[in-house]
Design a binder for this molecule. Structure first.
Ligand SMILES: [Zn+2]
Length: 274
């Protein structure tokens, strides 16, 4: 069992706004992973991705990548689907070059499709992406669809697990965003059930933050806030240790690495040694 903690994006408290400075800060804080955020654009060339990979090795930082937000594999506009696939494949190319394990993707919106239609379409297009990845000779990086907060978004945990099972590819996995699952299920989360459903995974890639609650509508919002309330973190940490799960937990709190440190302290208080 190994636990990896770190921020989604460069450390906010690094000396400079560079990736190397961020890795230095992670080492200082005793953290060991970072998600490279291509959410607004894929800002690394092939060469600079390789350089980031070398730095990550030097500082012993495990890497993952978050693909651009501008992706919708179920768009009714063919051009948008093609552009989405291209963004995913470019992200995967950079991720493989830097030695990252996962490319996390917000895959799609259901739009006018029924759940079953959407599932079949997603299976078809994901198979095509996986074929391309094989042609690109991708060995390390996995495509990982993220569990999404809104019911209009593809998809929840069950659908993604079913997709993983049916695709049956070593190049496909999922990213479990606990905050999103909490919002999707209207403020309910049972960590034991979630981890039970992932018991065949050798390694879990995940995101964690807390989320806003709107007192007027009595609804949880897909808005990330610092870790201080809900969903609870300590219960998750306990369940991870109980099951001896190997996991990366990327902090998507606005406090990024400082909340990773908070998570680290919780694990340590429960007896885990980093
Ligand atoms: Zn995400």
């Amino acid at each position: 069992m190994r636990i990896f903690l770190g921020p989604g994006g460069n450390c906010l408290t690094a000396k400079e706004s560079s990736t190397e400075s961020s890795f230095e800060r992670l080492v200082e804080l005793g953290l060991n992973t970072q998600e490279i955020e291509f959410v607004r654009n894929i800002y690394l060339t092939e060469k600079s991705a390789e350089k980031v990979g070398e730095l990550a090795k030097k500082y012993k930082i495990k890497l993952s990548v978050h693909a651009p937000y501008f992706i919708n594999l179920l768009s009714s506009d063919k051009k948008k689907v093609e552009a989405s696939v291209k963004r995913i494949l470019t992200s995967i190319d950079r991720a493989e070059r830097m030695g990252a394990d996962f490319v996390v993707v917000h895959a799609a919106y259901y739009g006018d499709y029924s759940e079953e239609e959407a599932f079949e379409k997603m299976k078809e297009i994901t198979n095509k992406i996986l074929e391309e990845m094989e042609k690109m000779k991708i060995e390390k990086t996995k495509l990982a669809y993220e569990t999404m907060a809104k019911r209009s978004q593809f998809a929840g945990l069950e659908e993604l697990l079913r997709l993983k099972e049916e695709l049956d590819s070593k190049l496909f996995s999922i990213c479990v965003d606990f905050a999103h699952l909490y919002v999707r299920n209207s403020g309910k989360i049972t960590y034991s059930e979630i981890l039970e459903s992932l018991k065949n995974f050798d390694f879990i890639h995940s995101h964690f933050s807390n989320v806003k609650y709107n007192i007027n509508t009595k609804k949880f919002l897909d808005e990330h806030i610092p870790i201080n309330s809900h969903p609870p973190f300590e219960d998750l940490a306990k369940e991870i240790l109980k099951r001896k799960v190997s996991i990366a937990i990327i902090s998507e709190s606005p406090k990024l690495e400082l909340d990773s440190v908070k998570m680290k302290k919780v694990f340590e208080s429960l007896g885990y040694k980093f």
